[in-house]
Design a protein around this ligand. Structure first.
Ligand SMILES: NC(=O)c1ccc[n+]([C@@H]2O[C@H](COP(=O)([O-])OP(=O)(O)OC[C@H]3O[C@@H](n4cnc5c(N)ncnc54)[C@H](OP(=O)(O)O)[C@@H]3O)[C@@H](O)[C@H]2O)c1
Length: 212
């Protein structure tokens, strides 16, 4: 995979990229509720490359729980949660948790005692402008969000997603899997095609938010 295809633009603000795989019928996971097997080696390669290019990887707590996320020594991991039901394996120094100011206070204290950095911004709803500003103070502008559909739906609704890397896997699933952005507040946003590369039957695409 040519890394230049996925180079972040040179911007003076945080750039929010998301990475997803979907089935031909638009499902965000397979019949077992996971994604790992969907895109094969090509998707796996892009997944790893995108992690290497990012300053921070952001993921919803639901995905971290289902996909059994592990701490990474190379890239900072920021987990998004309201309830703060964080998998034990992830709790520890190096993890960042993004939440609201009214999240359970005792749990926030517990996490902080365990070395987790808690960024609480916004009441009831996360104040994403404040969160992105906070990440930028650390020099982190290359932000990669690995989902899932609920977190992605919120970010798309707020028009914060600058770029979507989407692998279309050669699989049909039917069933009731959601699409890659799921929200009760639908929006319609224009995108431009960054690239489209076929690797065998797997289609690797990159879409950039059209802000012109
Ligand atoms: N196709 C793909 O590429 C792809 C990518 C990622 C995930 N998935 C699949 O998607 C499924 C999980 O879907 P999901 O929609 O539940 O995932 P999700 O968005 O990762 O998780 C939802 C949970 O994340 C937290 N959360 C999300 N948005 C939030 C916000 N704006 N503010 C505060 N907390 C927020 C909440 O955690 P708390 O409950 O802790 O409060 C919420 O319950 C899994 O089956 C996974 O395999 C697919």
């Amino acid at each position: 995979m040519d890394p230049d295809l996925y180079a972040y633009p040179d911007t003076d603000r945080p750039w929010l990229r998301t990475n997803f795989v979907c089935t031909v019928d638009g499902g965000a996971y397979d019949a077992e509720g996971v994604t790992a097997s969907l895109g094969g080696d090509a998707d796996h390669e892009v997944f790893q490359l995108l992690r290497r290019l990012a300053d921070v990887v952001m993921v919803g707590a639901g995905t971290a729980r289902v996909e059994k996320y592990r701490a990474s020594s190379s890239t900072s991991l920021a987990l998004v949660s309201r309830r703060l039901d964080i998998p034990d394996d992830l709790v520890g120094s190096g993890l960042i948790v993004i939440t609201t100011t009214d999240a359970p206070g005792d749990r926030i204290s517990q996490l902080r005692e365990a070395g987790v950095e808690v960024i609480a911004r916004g009441e009831v709803e996360i104040d994403w402008t404040a969160v992105l500003a906070e990440l930028e103070t650390r020099g982190w502008r290359r932000i990669l969000c690995e989902g899932g559909p609920t977190l992605h739906g919120d970010l798309v609704t707020l028009d914060l997603v600058d770029e979507v890397c989407l692998t279309i896997a050669p699989t049909m699933t039917s069933g009731d899997a959601p699409r890659i952005a799921h929200s009760r507040h639908p929006v319609t946003h224009g995108m431009r095609l960054g690239h489209s590369v076929a690797v065998g039957d797997v289609l690797l695409t990159r879409w950039v938010r059209d802000r012109t």
